[in-house]
Every structure is written in structure tokens, then in C-alpha cells.
Unconditional design. Structure first.
Length: 271
């Protein structure tokens, strides 16, 4: 078992495990950690707990320290810089006439990298754009092409249900959604009714799918049990067929004569 804490870097973002080390950390503490992108500022959302080795990717990185007030102020300054960088990148995209839509700009906490997220229908040759941005900001530049679902998560919005998008409010990661889920729930297959603002199938189709699958399974079990019961009854009838022979009893219990007035052939009664 390994002791870990869960850290989230964005609202409704994915949770990553880190080793707390000797630090005494509680939920909602702001922390500074080292990631593959560099030093990052995050919020601790899962307090220290023990997990199995299979649940984490080793080697596990350790939390560097708790964030200070100056660290939080530095994060706010980065957010202001991100707005300026967004406008500069839009201008450069227009100059190069690139078929791409800029969605988000993010500074890493240490300022060593700026990440520009964009959407496009196909591959885009943005090498010249990167050179221009690197000459302006004097730091490492990363352009990342994202999908329409990631775009909706970053930009936010209101769904057809009238609530804030699930991906923006609480979904940490996207789960696969299929048209089969809509069929199982007997929903309209009209794309405009089962698609979100991203144009893909709504994530909420996944929420109740397990209940419908369980109900369908119970229905099949009941149907199968009914079929088995019917077969048992049919087998019983075959083993004990109804007697339509001429030898049958009258209501008073005496054997019934056939039309010729003779006793029916077969087993004779003993008095």
C-alpha cells in the first residue's frame, strides 16, 4: 500500500496522485508540485490515504510544498498574462491565415511554458506561428490541438436541461458514450435531441445506462424462467397425458360401458 494525496489543477479537472512525503496536508490546501509540464500550482482535493500499487503510476512524485500567499498572487498575475497572450495569438493566426480556432491559453506556474489550445478540422502547419510567438514571449511555446468535447469543457455553457455543462462543473474525465445507450433508454434518436452543445452525444446518457441494463437483465431472467416453467409443464403433460380411452368412470364411480354394452378391453377390475 502507498500513501497518496489527490491534486487537481483546474476546476472539474482530472485528479492526479502525489506522495505527501512528510507534509501535513488537508483537503482544499493549495500546493506546489512538479509535473511533466513543469512546476504547477494545484489544490488538494483528496486527503492522504492508502491505495494499492496498481492504482498509481510509479515512481510517484512528491508534493514540493504548501502554496503561500505570494504564490496565489503569482497565479493571478499569470491569468492576466494569459488574456494578453490570447489576443496576440489571435492576431498572429489571422496574419498567417491559419484554419484554426484558438480556445485557451495557459501559463505554467513557473512561467517556463505557454500552452495554446486550439481546434481545427484537420492538421495545421503552425511552425511559423510558433516561431513568432516564441520571439514575442521569449519562452517555450506549445500548441495543442484539442477536440470539440475538450473545447466545451474549457469554454463552458448551459445544456438543453438548463444547467451548467456537466463537463465544466464536475466531470473530471470523459467516458465513452454510444448511440446504443439512447436506444436502450428508448430515447428519440434525433441527433438534435441527444447531442450536447459540442455536437457529440450527451455525457448524461451514461448516467442511467447501468440502471436500464440491470432492468433489461432482470426482464430477460424473468422471461427465461417463464419459458423454463412452460417447458416443465409441457413435460408433465406428456408424462401424464389425459385419458381419452373408452374406459372411464361415471360420476357414481362405476365403470362406463361402451356403445355396444361391453366392458372396455384392457385391465379388468378386481372386486
Amino acid at each position: 500500500m502507498i500513501e497518496v494525496v489527490g491534486v487537481r489543477f483546474k476546476h472539474a479537472g482530472k485528479i492526479y496522485y502525489f506522495s505527501p512525503g512528510d507534509l501535513k496536508l488537508a483537503a482544499f490546501d493549495k500546493v506546489i508540485v512538479e509535473t511533466a509540464r513543469g512546476v504547477e500550482f494545484g489544490e488538494l482535493v483528496i486527503p492522504a490515504r492508502l491505495v494499492t500499487d496498481e492504482e498509481v503510476i510509479l515512481p510517484l512524485k512528491q508534493v514540493m510544498r504548501k502554496a503561500t500567499t505570494s504564490d496565489e498572487q503569482f497565479v493571478e498575475q499569470n491569468k492576466t498574462k494569459e488574456k494578453d497572450a490570447f489576443q496576440i495569438c489571435l492576431k498572429k493566426i489571422s496574419e498567417h491565415q491559419l484554419p484554426m480556432k484558438l480556445v485557451d491559453v495557459e501559463y505554467t506556474f513557473d512561467g517556463n511554458k505557454i500552452i495554446f489550445s486550439f481546434t481545427a478540422e484537420g492538421r495545421v502547419d503552425f511552425r511559423e506561428l510558433v516561431k513568432d510567438l516564441a520571439a514575442i514571449f521569449r519562452t517555450r511555446i506549445e500548441l495543442r490541438q484539442i477536440g470539440v468535447r475538450d473545447e466545451a469543457k474549457m469554454l463552458g455553457g448551459v445544456g438543453s436541461c438548463g444547467r451548467i455543462l456537466c463537463c465544466t462543473s464536475f466531470l473530471g474525465d470523459f467516458e465513452p458514450v454510444s448511440i446504443r445507450m439512447a436506444k436502450d433508454q428508448k430515447l428519440s434518436l434525433n441527433p438534435t435531441k441527444i447531442s450536447g452543445i459540442c455536437g457529440r452525444l450527451m455525457c448524461c446518457l451514461k448516467y442511467e445506462n447501468g440502471c436500464y441494463k440491470s432492468e433489461d437483465k432482470d426482464h430477460h431472467c424473468c422471461r427465461r424462467n417463464t419459458q423454463v416453467a412452460d417447458k416443465v409443464l409441457e413435460g408433465t403433460d406428456e408424462q401424464n397425458p389425459r385419458a381419452d380411452s373408452a374406459f372411464s368412470s361415471k360420476p357414481d364411480g362405476r365403470p362406463q360401458r361402451n356403445r355396444k354394452g361391453e366392458r372396455p378391453k384392457g385391465k379388468s377390475e378386481r372386486v
